[in-house]
Ligand binder design. Structure first.
Ligand code: FAD
Length: 289
């Protein structure tokens, strides 16, 4: 197997175009598992580790730009207050070793419906910057990024360059159900982001469909029904209806990790809980202001 090691980003893009059969590798925490289990044998690997720019977190025009190769540990360290939903999701990924190597870019590259960053990226309305040597960069809204099971919207000559996020304008939460507390693939997961400035809410569902999903009707419900102007305690009726709408948006299957019924139920519980946590935070922020 050939190992392509570019000097930097520009050369990585050229190699990507010249060798479309080469598999990009960043942290390798998905790629090396596939190789070790002989699930695939690409003709070549394209090593993205020499591309230093992929490991930078920057603030540009008030938005946070996270390089595709930024490992989870850096997201936890640097984005805990600016993008708390993604930082919470990052804390649940694998083990310290996996969080040191694994990246959000790799999670997006693999596009597994169980990937932990996806619900948080959906809830936060992330935009994915992808680049090719021939056509330059284009921005893909996160809703258009996931195409099918483990399939994303990348063209064969493109690489993921960065993830763009609005810094937190309101509370964000991520919740994951697994068969144990750590080192676990999600049975199902859920993320919420409240955007009080626009009086809207974002949601993301993981491991409950062929792709990560957004619960659009549940978001519309919150935009309409939450008492944004005066965050009085959340009523049980709103929390339950939100949970039911999130569960209705899921398309789960029965598999070794859980049944469709269990996933639907767990999702409604996570949706209710994360909404109450987020709403309580918002109310506390308002009281403190
Ligand atoms: C023990 C273990 C535990 C794990 N636990 C979790 C978990 O709890 N939650 C979770 O979500 N995942 C988990 N994973 C999976 C994996 O760690 C994540 O998906 C991680 O985000 C992958 O990032 P990486 O940088 O290692 O990607 P890599 O393995 O390097 O690449 C993954 C895929 O993305 C592509 N890719 C990488 N970078 C780019 C780029 N810039 N442009 C285009 N394509 C690119 C690669 O070609 C490949 O298809 C676990 C893996 C292991 C081995």
């Amino acid at each position: 197997m050939e190992f392509l090691r570019p000097g930097g980003w520009a050369e990585a893009l050229e190699l990507r175009a010249a060798f479309p059969e080469a598999l990009p590798i960043q942290g390798g925490t998905d790629v090396m598992v596939e190789l070790n289990f002989d699930k695939g044998r690409p003709a070549a690997l394209l090593d993205l580790n020499p591309c230093a720019e992929l490991r930078r977190i920057e603030e540009i025009d008030g938005r946070v730009r996270v390089g595709a190769g930024v490992p989870y540990v850096q997201i936890i360290r640097e984005l805990g207050t600016r993008v708390p939903g993604l930082a919470q999701a990052a804390r649940t990924v694998g083990s310290p070793q996996i969080r040191n190597r694994g990246s959000v870019g790799g999670n997006l590259g693999a596009a597994s419906p169980a990937g932990d960053s996806h619900p948080a990226l959906l809830a936060a309305n992330a935009v994915i910057e992808v680049t090719s040597a021939a056509r330059g960069s284009r921005m893909i809204p996160i809703d258009d990024f996931y195409v099918w099971v483990k399939k994303n919207a990348l063209e064969p000559d493109e690489l993921i360059r960065a993830i763009w996020l609005e810094p937190d304008s309101g509370p964000q939460y991520f919740s994951k159900v697994g068969t144990r507390n750590a080192m676990v693939i999600a049975v199902c997961s859920f993320a919420i982001a409240l955007h009080p400035r626009t009086r809207t809410a974002g949601t993301g569902i993981g491991s409950c469909g062929p792709t990560p999903l957004r619960a659009r009707a549940a978001e519309d419900f919150l935009a309409r029904e939450l008492p944004w102007a005066d965050p009085v305690p959340l009523t049980e009726t709103i929390a339950r209806e939100f949970g039911a709408l999130v569960a209705a948006a899921a398309k789960p299957i029965d598999d070794v990790r859980g049944t469709a019924d269990y996933r639907t139920h767990a999702l409604s519980v996570m949706a209710r809980r994360t909404l109450s946590w987020a709403w309580n935070d918002l109310a506390a922020q308002r009281r403190a202001a």
